[in-house]
Design a protein around this ligand. Structure first.
Ligand code: PEP
Ligand code: MG
Length: 579
């Protein structure tokens, strides 16, 4: 039995067999062939090259249509590898000489080919290695007649252990078969962790040695609340955690029984407690947990795990479904926020050195107005089916906001000309998650209807700490006095302009901070639905003057540790009246 400790990412306890998951990697065994099989192997190789070429051209075409020619050109490098005569001739030469299968020879020739690139003192050429790897995986897959490895393939319930899981891998997990997951990299608010909460499965991230210390078939206990992992536990430990698991479920159940209470303080200040969703399938769960609408619909997940870009009609149908399911409550649809740690494999956006500071969210959308407008038009069209609001991610200043609003106006005018109905007074908001937006909130406030504070990013950008990097996770602190001041400033500035100010970052669903945020005047708390009953209960346990005092005292501390200690103490004092 060994005990490991990672970063707790999604609460709860799971017990089950480990399954180590790696991205597809083909290891082809050496296999000799006879003289008479040589021609057939060469033909197989040539067919695999042609098939791969068609796949890439197809992908390139779809991307050119959806995102423009220059993005599609990334694949030219892949096509060049496929057409490299030297590489092809070397494979055929070796195949004839050594009398080995095409797959085996191709794999070996490729290794040498990559080594040549790695030895060249040229950063650009070195970076081409990932293109070569990509193409070679495709060719090998075609040579071996395999289909792409997907996460849904699990046949039995497992605890997934991976070096990394992309948000799209996580979105593809079949809830029934993945009891929990552990990753070697990642932070508390990486999108993979956020997905785990939405799926209501325990998760521990940033456990650096996970894939080295755990083997497929090991029995694991994973405690997503503390970050503790126990590998091959003894019977006493198993029994202890089974009990804790039952207690966790009981507490969750007790809170759920309070779900229909309104979020109102003892002196009748009413706030809204809404849910964050990534996929429309989460709607039954948000209703079950008593969400007052959706404060953040992360639409980028709609673009994931598919090979093309969704059409306006597909967007429209998805948003209509959500609007109808949630009405009369409102739904804040956030426009596409890809980049950062959310990549779309089929878009193949160029690799960036600092993706969180790069071509992400609104920046990407403003550079692809056609793609952006198809989403805006769909949101507008769906707005007649319920109570929809629209929100832009990652606004850094007024110019960006104006550009986005101009495209929104254009979309409205097009729909008017086409005679398609939409809610002409649809509310438009900006996420405040970039420090420059927080500092210019007074300017932004004049051109939007509401703010929603995205603390996941606001924390990473203001403390300069990558939210998905386990090495600096210790610095990622919502209780940092600088973060608290920024939040207070955004709320006050929004209120001065009579704007409603919500929060949809993970901090809004962390019980430790509820009293402080309430006291600062936050109007809406939006969170993973599992947290809703507990947060409502905390809000119902205090009066506004008490909460205001707590927030003022919290703002007076100089260190994160003091703020945190104070917040925990205040929450504990309330716990006498908790269910
Ligand atoms: C945030 O940054 O707080 C937020 C809610 O958006 P996301 O987590 O999707 O970046
Ligand atoms: Mg964000």
């Amino acid at each position: 039995m060994i005990e490991l400790k990672g970063i707790p990412a999604s609460g709860g306890i799971a017990i089950g067999p480990a399954h180590l998951w790696t991205k597809e990697e083909f290891v082809v065994a050496r296999q000799e062939i006879s003289e008479s099989q040589i021609a057939a192997q060469i033909q197989l190789f040539e067919e695999a090259l042609i098939k791969t070429r068609h796949e890439i051209l197809d992908l390139q075409k779809k991307i050119a249509e959806g995102m423009g020619q220059n993005v599609a050109e990334i694949f030219d490098a892949h096509l060049l590898v496929l057409e490299d005569r030297m590489l092809i001739e070397e494979v055929i030469f070796q195949l004839k000489k050594e009398k080995l299968t095409a797959a085996y020879v191709f794999q070996n020739v490729l290794k040498k080919y990559i080594q040549v690139f790695l030895n060249i003192e040229d950063e650009y050429l070195k970076e081409r290695v990932s293109d070569i790897n990509d193409v070679s995986r495709r060719v090998l897959r075609n040579l071996l007649g395999k289909s792409a490895k997907r996460l849904e393939d699990f046949k039995e319930k497992v605890i997934l252990v991976a070096n990394d899981l992309s948000p799209s891998d996580t979105a593809a997990m079949h809830k029934k078969n993945v009891l929990a997951f552990i990753t070697s990299i990642g932070g508390k608010t990486s999108h993979t962790a956020i997905m785990a909460k939405s799926m209501e499965i325990p998760a521990v991230v940033g456990l650096e040695t996970a894939t080295l210390k755990i083997a497929t078939g090991d029995i694991l206990i994973i405690d997503g609340t503390t970050g503790v992992i126990i590998v091959n536990p003894d019977e006493v430990t198993l029994e202890k955690y089974r009990k804790e698991s039952r207690a966790f479920k009981d507490t969750t159940q007790r809170y759920v029984s309070l779900k229909d209470e309104p979020a109102i303080t003892t002196d009748k200040r009413r706030v809204r407690v809404a849910a964050n969703i990534e996929l429309p399938d989460e709607i039954p769960s948000i209703i079950e947990h008593g969400a007052e609408g959706i404060g953040l619909y992360r639409t980028e997940f709609f673009y994931m795990n598919r090979t093309d870009i969704p059409s306006e009609e597909e967007h429209y149908q998805a948003y209509k479904f959500v609007a109808e399911a949630v009405k009369p409550q409102s739904v804040i649809i956030r426009t596409l926020d890809i980049g950062g740690d959310k990549f779309l494999s089929h878009l193949e956006v160029p690799h960036e050195m600092s993706p969180f500071l790069g071509w992400r969210a609104i920046r990407f959308c403003l550079a692809r107005p056609d793609m952006f407008k198809s989403q805006l038009r769909a949101i507008l069209r769906a707005s007649v089916h319920g109570n929809l609001k629209l929100m832009y991610p990652m606004i850094s200043g007024i110019e960006e906001l104006r550009q986005a609003n101009t495209l929104l106006e254009e979309s409205k005018n097009e729909l008017l000309r086409e005679g398609r109905p939409f809610d002409e007074s649809i509310k438009v908001g900006a996420m405040i998650e970039v420090p420059s937006a927080a500092m210019t909130a007074d300017i932004l406030a004049k051109e939007v209807d509401f703010f929603s504070i995205g603390t996941n990013d606001l924390i990473q950008y203001s403390i300069a700490v990558d939210r998905s990097n386990e090495k600096v996770a210790y610095l990622y602190e919502p209780a940092h006095p600088g973060v608290l001041r920024l939040i207070k400033n955004i709320i006050d500035t929004g209120h001065k302009s009579n704007l409603s100010v919500g929060m949809c970052g993970e901090m809004a669903g962390d019980p430790i901070f509820t009293l402080i945020l309430l006291g600062m005047g936050l109007d809406e708390f939006s969170m993973p639905s599992l947290m809703i009953p507990e947060i409502k209960h905390i809000i119902r346990s205090v009066s506004m003057p008490e909460a205001v005092n707590i927030s003022q005292e919290a703002l007076s501390f100089s260190t994160t540790k003091d703020v945190e200690g104070f917040a925990v103490r205040k929450l504990k004092e309330l716990s006498v009246s908790r269910p």
